[in-house]
Structure formats: C-alpha cells, structure tokens
Design a protein around this ligand. Structure first.
Ligand SMILES: [Zn+2]
Length: 227
C-alpha cells in the first residue's frame, strides 16, 4: 500500500515516488501526494513525470493515478509527482468550509460533495429552518477569524464509542487500519474525516451561500461558493 503523504501534510504539492504497478492507464506508486476521490472530495490532478494525471481513484487499498492516453511508464521508474496545487488548495478550502457549514446548521448531514467551483452538504431539516443570510453571516464570521485546524488520530474502538464524531452518515471515514483521523476546528467542529483541509479557517476566504434547495424529504441542499 502506498504511503499517503497528504494525510500528514496536505500542503505537500510534490514528491518523488517509485512505480510499483502499471495497469492500462493507471499507475500505482510506493508513495503519493495525490488524494483519491472519496469522502465527497474530488480526486487530485497534476503531473507524473512527463505525463498528465487526469484523476486519482481508490481501488481497495490501492491509489490509482489515472494518466492521459499514450502515457508510457514502467515498473521501477523513479518519477516526480506534481499536484495541480491551485485546484487542490481550492478543494481544501471548500472541504474545510463544509466542516464550518456542518457546525452552523444544526441537523444531521445526509450527504455532501466538493467540486471545483462549489461544494454542498445535504441536511435532514425543514426548509424554513435554513436561512440563507444567517448561514452566510455566521460562515463569514468563522472565515474572518483565524482558527487553527488540527488533525488527531483515534483507534477504531474509540470511534465506535463516540458515534457523534461521524456526522456525515453517507460519507463514512476510512477505516480498517485500526485508526481513524479526526479533524478538529477548536470550538467549532470535531469529526472523523479522511480528506484534506486548510490549516487556518482564514485561508478559506469569503463564502457565499449560492443556493438552498430541496433534494427530497430528508435532503435539503446548501451550496457554497467563494465570494
Ligand atoms: Zn474533512
């Protein structure tokens, strides 16, 4: 299994790695800075040596770097990895913003997604409890304050004893390694999450609530964008 460098340092935009396996258009490495699609967050893009990485996916325990057609890579190659950092940083800002949103709206989260230009959470709540201006104002209060985020690790058993740490029912944190990572935004949010986050809430910048829409009886979708 590849060493997942983004877990310890989400700000690492490049690294060297060795090719362990080559499938049709995908490559497995001994280590990577590329986050694979999961937990509602898109897979990273960038470069692997001379080639474009067009997406990153998980397959079981493996991270598959999906290369542009005609890419030529061999097992044993030493390659330089380079993230599309601007895009990844935007995803990190959105991802952290969704943690803030989850704390501002007091309701169970039923789903979520982080895209290139917007991000949303779905809540099990009545429509009239979602007030756009109030949500936006509170979010921007939090992003205009510098709050340092913290990653912590706990065991699977500790997590089982604290079901309140898993707010997003449909996006369960990665398990099976005996430990699970938590993201803490002190005074705001604490939950199990395997994604990538910014280190300071001020780094998110100003947000707008782009839309609030009903997506079904138990899904009221709040969509955020950058101002
Ligand atoms: Zn997260």
């Amino acid at each position: 299994m590849a060493e997942l460098l983004f877990r310890e340092d989400p700000y690492l935009a490049s690294c060297e790695a060795t090719v362990l396996a080559v499938h049709e258009n995908t490559v497995e490495l001994d280590r990577t800075v590329f986050y694979p699609l999961g937990g509602g967050q898109l897979g990273d893009t960038g470069r692997l040596g001379d080639w474009r990485v067009v997406d990153t996916r998980k397959s079981g325990e493996s991270v598959l770097h999906m290369l542009e057609p005609d890419a030529k890579v061999s097992i044993g190659d030493r390659v330089q990895l380079q993230l599309d950092w601007e895009r990844r940083h935007r995803l990190m800002r959105f991802h952290t913003a969704l943690h803030l949103l989850g704390s501002v709206v007091k309701a169970p989260v039923t789903g979520g997604r982080i895209g290139d230009d917007k991000a949303h959470l779905d809540f099990d709540i009545e429509m009239d409890k979602l007030v756009k201006d109030a949500i936006e104002a509170r979010l921007n209060e939090l992003t205009s304050t510098s709050i340092q985020t913290k990653a912590l690790w706990i065991t699977d058993a500790e997590l089982d004893a604290r079901p309140d740490l898993v707010r997003t029912m449909s996006v369960a944190p990665p398990r099976g390694e005996g430990r699970v990572r938590l993201l803490e935004i002190p005074g705001v949010d604490l939950q199990a999450c395997g994604g990538t986050h910014v280190k300071d809430t001020a780094e998110i910048g100003r947000l707008v609530v782009q839309r609030i829409r009903s997506e079904g009886k138990r899904n009221k979708r709040v969509t955020l964008a950058f101002a």
